[in-house]
Write a protein that binds this ligand. Structure first.
Ligand SMILES: [Zn+2]
Length: 483
């Protein structure tokens, strides 16, 4: 008995000691605490106005695209507008149009390390009542309003404008520069794959692809203060999965046990209560928390800055702190659709729920689908995978192309801090990973709470003051290719 007590005392002492070390480390790092990183706009009203007007024109053309709905006339109207807004790009670059998906090639002095700047033309459909009409392109004092302002006509405007301005100065890039813009991104359509296929056939292997995805995010987690250049380096995989419960049906007046809906409900409830997937701190996520720890409130700084001690605790607590943060830690599942019988008094012969699963790097497509299929079988459910993309590998964070993006962020936005990040949503950049090892998802514009809410939601808008910085970012990427 006495030995057990000794052992317990020893464990408590070791824990207290480790805790003291963690607290001391945090306190020391807070003594040299850096200033809260805040985005500082370029502050050039003339440029802001010019770019806001161009973006506004682009928003006014409704380029909504959804699976199965093809509105080529709108896309071609958008192309005509691009030609009007960026005449030098259209005069000097080689244009390829594959069913409305655009690729412009700007011939550089060399072709061995080409770069692709990309953003999509299409936008998601509009729902709800908006303060400003969704395709008004209204500009008020500080914001441009409308669908596509933040996702992502802003970046399309910015890289076209960057090339336009460099061309007007007679600039010739050191390397080939491609501008890539699909019109089917919002439903993971065939647009971008067709552009990648085109480049592949020509043997083009981009040194760097720079797409939307991350961005300059204000206070990325609650308790973390500052504006951070959040660079999406891993894109989670995604699929739809349908779970079906079958029975012999019958009249609801004499119900049997374990009807299809009861089984589905138990399954959904159990998965919601306790996820069957592991939450883990992969190196890229550790790097994210380590970087932001210096800008976090004390309890969070203690945890984020001492993952050697609190890593396990963090993976458990993260769902309570942030849904976005939790989604970075592994595979997630969200039930989104359901069906049953057609009448209230009929037991369904077949009922189903459909879920959206996003695969983490720690448990990719194969492993995650096996876990959920095996679990569903225990509830007597059949599993059908509707569509599945695996998680995308991350680029070499010590590689030249990645370092180039980091240094251009520092050069263009010296007052903010860059952090790697796991993308929980999908982008067209995933298709480029077939021909490029370094695809970075970073839109060089400021996303505050209003922008985060507006993307794919209502009242989408973007601050006018961040547009010159976005144009400068792309110019600096192009210029950095020669260094
Ligand atoms: Zn987008």
């Amino acid at each position: 008995m006495i030995y057990v007590l000794y052992a317990l005392c020893a464990i408590v002492c070791v824990f207290v000691l480790l805790l003291l070390v963690a607290v001391l480390r945090t306190l020391v790092s807070r003594m040299k605490k850096k200033k809260t990183p805040r985005y500082v706009p370029v502050g050039d009203r003339e440029r802001e106005d010019e770019y806001a007007k161009k973006l506004s024109e682009m928003i006014k053309i409704d380029t909504v695209s959804t699976s199965g709905i093809d509105k080529p006339e709108r896309i071609y109207e958008f192309h005509a507008l691009l030609e009007k807004l960026f005449p030098l790009v259209h005069k000097n670059l080689e244009k390829t149009d594959i069913n409305g998906n655009l690729l412009f090639k700007w011939k550089g002095k060399k072709s061995d390390r080409p770069v692709v700047l990309m953003g999509h033309q299409d936008v998601v459909p509009v729902e709800g009542v908006w303060k400003h009409e969704p395709f008004s392109g209204d500009i008020d004092d500080s914001l441009v309003w409308g669908r596509g302002s933040a996702d992502t006509k802003c970046t399309v405007m910015a890289f076209f404008q960057a090339v336009e301005e460099l061309l007007s100065q007679g600039y010739v890039p050191e390397q080939d520069v491609y501008l890539s813009s699909s019109c089917t991104e919002e439903w993971a359509g065939p647009g971008c794959p067709s552009l990648v296929d085109y480049l592949k056939k020509r043997g083009v292997k981009p040194f760097l692809v720079c797409d939307e995805g991350g961005g300059i995010i204000e206070n990325p987690l609650s308790g973390v203060n500052g504006d951070f250049a959040v660079m999406g380096i891993i894109e989670k995989g995604m699929c739809g999965v349908k779970f079906t419960a079958k029975s012999t049906g019958g009249h609801a007046s004499a119900p049997t046990k374990n009807t299809p809906i009861a089984r589905l409900a138990r399954f959904v409830n159990d998965v919601e209560k306790k996820s069957p997937f592991k939450r883990e701190l992969i190196p890229e996520v550790r790097s994210f928390f380590n970087t932001i720890s210096e800008y976090s409130s004390f309890p969070l700084a203690l945890v984020f800055g001492n993952l050697w001690l609190f890593g396990g605790l963090l993976t458990k607590l993260m769902p309570l702190i942030s849904a976005q943060g939790a989604a970075m830690l592994g595979t997630s599942i969200c039930f989104t659709m359901q069906s049953g019988s057609d009448a209230f008094n009929v037991i369904p012969a077949e009922a189903s729920v459909t879920a959206n699963i996003r695969f983490g790097k720690n448990q990719g497509r194969e492993e995650s689908l096996k876990i959920i299929t095996d679990l569903a079988a225990k509830y007597g459910l059949e599993t059908e995978v509707l569509l599945a993309n695996d998680v995308m590998p991350s680029p070499d964070m010590n590689g030249e192309a990645f370092k180039l993006v980091k240094s251009v962020i520092k050069q263009t936005f010296p007052t903010i801090v860059s952090v790697p990040y796991v993308m929980t949503g999908g982008t067209d950049a995933r298709f480029y990973q077939e021909i490029c090892d370094t695809c970075v998802r970073f839109a060089p514009v400021l996303y505050g709470p209003a922008q985060m809410k507006g993307m794919h939601g209502i009242d989408e808008c973007l601050s006018v003051s961040c547009l010159p910085g976005a144009v400068d970012f792309y110019k600096n990427v192009i210029k950095a290719l020669g260094e």
